[in-house]
Design a protein around this ligand. Sequence first.
Ligand code: KG4
Ligand code: ZN
Length: 336
Amino acid sequence: MSLTWFGSPVLGIETSCDETSVAVVRDSHVLSNVVSSQIDLHRRWGGVVPEAASRAHVEAILPMLQQGLSESGLEMGAIGAVAVTNRPGLVGALSVGVSAAKAISVAQGIPLIGVHHLEGHLLSVLADEASVEFPHISLIVSGGHTEVVLVRAPGDYDILAATLDDAAGEAFDKSARLLGLGNPGGYHIQELARSGNPKRYSLPIGVKDDLRHFSFSGLKTAVMRMVQSEGEGLSSADMAASIQHAIVEALIPKVLAAVLSTSCRAVSVVGGVSANVRLRERLREECDREGIALYCPAPAMSTDNAAMIALAGSLKLGAGARSGFDLDVYSGCLLV
Ligand code: KG4
Ligand code: ZN
């Protein structure tokens, strides 16, 4: 499928949660992608505090804009449009990015486009990639989302499976907290799991027979009970490996079921949890067995970043879409 890009450089802004990110893309080429993380700020509270997140975005947005532009090698005058995440996310945090994007749009006299955060994740596989096959099945796994999506083309999506409760990233993060690990929980579990035995602790794989749904809330309860009952005898490495195994093996069958129920011959995995090495290995094994292509974004493209927003924006602008200055922000908003 040939994609219609905007053509001129697009500036992307992402502030939906705890990362302030700015990027410049030209068509599928990422010219810059800078991220300022608030992870250290929120550590003391054990989770993202919305008010603190908004204030940190206010502080970081202009330095990030300067750095993103400077690393792209372009002046503001060369930017043809501005794309910004406007949904879903923390309303105060989103407002910082959207206000900055509107100001740039007015000052430069260039088009503005609002982008759904998940559409950014879905299209992150297009970064610096010459050919991505459409349609394909995408597994979105992040801190807030776990969905299997039929991606017919950019902008044309169907959700084939979704979580009934916690997201896969949330399951990693909550389990990591029970093990006394820091943020991002998924990364720390992955590292600890390297020396662990995934068969040591038997943890539930939720709604196994229901191919349209995931459920991860039982996992954290099971981890909590086991941590309490094992006490001093707990092997953190074995527990981390068992948690990772339970999450990964809950995801794989539903991706394969989606492939079988459609004519797709390609799969992508996107979102923060897609950085997980074991998940990538298992998907690679299964896709090789089925003879289908697997697209994994570079790790920097997996977690929240503005390049994916600029890519999605460039395609929307290429299709003729524009946002007005009444562009609003939304905390919850379905992809389709
Ligand atoms: O996409 P993302 O950066 O932010 C959201 O939109 O939510 O995803 C964040 C999630 C967190 O739950 C974090 O623990 C998880 O991605 N994560 C990982 C890894 N790196 C980040 N999970 C498993 N393995 C990793 N290596
Ligand atoms: Zn995300």
